[in-house]
Design a protein around this ligand. Sequence first.
Ligand SMILES: Cc1ncc(COP(=O)(O)O)c(C=O)c1O
Length: 419
Amino acid sequence: MDALLSLFPPGSDVAEDRMLRVGGCRADELASEFGTPVLVVAEQALRARAREYAGELAARWPRSRVVFASKAFPCTAVQRVMVEEGLGLDVAGGGEIVTALAAGADPALLVLHGNAKSDEEIAMVSEHGIGLVVVDNSDDVDRLEATVPDGRAQDVLVRVIPGVEADTHASVLTGHAGSKFGLEPAAAADLIGRIERSPRLRMQGLHVHVGSQILDVEPFARSVAPLAALGEFPVYDLGGGLGARYSYGDRPPSVAGYLDALLGAAREHLPAQAELIIEPGRSMVASAAATLYRVVTVKRGQVTFVAVDGGMGDNLEVALFGQRFEAAIAGRLDAADGELVMLVGRHCESGDVLVDGVRLDAPRVGDLVAVPATGGYCHTLANNYNGNRRIPVVFASGGAARLVVRRETWADLLARDVD
Ligand SMILES: Cc1ncc(COP(=O)(O)O)c(C=O)c1O
């Protein structure tokens, strides 16, 4: 049971009657207060991770900052926690700018990304005073030059393709040769020259991002050297990508181990006086949350299907990337001798599987099922498939729970209809 508990947010435990507690809150009470499915965030675990990142980075490179990649959990309340912990925010597009500002972020601490930033999004840069724009292509430069007011100069970084492959799912690789993100070094050098000649732009530095759910430090270290060949700059943003722990066998590097490798390469290749930025997303939030579901039906045959009241509408990571999660009955976590089942969702796809092959202790209708490590990209990828009402987000802390995102309603599903 300890092995399973270690996948739940730090601080999770079981009550005397064996009920799972997250953030000090009993899973059964969370379910009855907020309904199921519900995404429960252990607020103290989230804050502790933000502090760990900030502390470990500052200890190794004082001129540095951690910028949370909002896309991993794009929710005002989560962004607000990061702001309160002193972090900046990476925003990929107008929607994340809007929620970041609602979360109280200082626009000067926002870093805007996107391989296809629209006119509207580029206009928001000057309108709100966004600190850094990561230029992905020459059209970004055209648009910025057309919108930055006279007498101002917008700070920009140029995104460089380092040509690094990492062992992760192909669709979350971004730093390989031929990536749609950023520019190959030769093209980056040309664009840097153009930016340096522009009166409306200030060339501050370079950006690199290898991909996501990377469980080895070596690709991060290898992504730094290609930047050095492009000259010396005041700022380097070395991206995010550190993997999270979803299942027993996952052994992601610690934040300290990751930074040792990354900053070791930075020390070797980058100017010592430069400011460094990192952009962790998944590894900041994944382990801070768990999702609670209710069992709707148990069908025993060749395979035992345990179907719950959610699925790919609230967790697309399995269908998209084949991510392995674990699961347990919230009141009977210990399932060493349990039944081997396929935990599936309620959506009209055979690929709507939450866990393919997991032991559950005598699963039956009405049981509460808990899936740990759902903080990364699950809220992001939530959708309305089959008229799914996107699920609520609840912060649990010290035994108290508060709703930070409500469940969608049937009315929400009709709200955009105009006829
Ligand atoms: C530019 C950039 N920075 C940071 C991240 C965060 O990555 P992760 O959530 O894997 O840490 C991403 C996500 O792919 C990204 O595209």
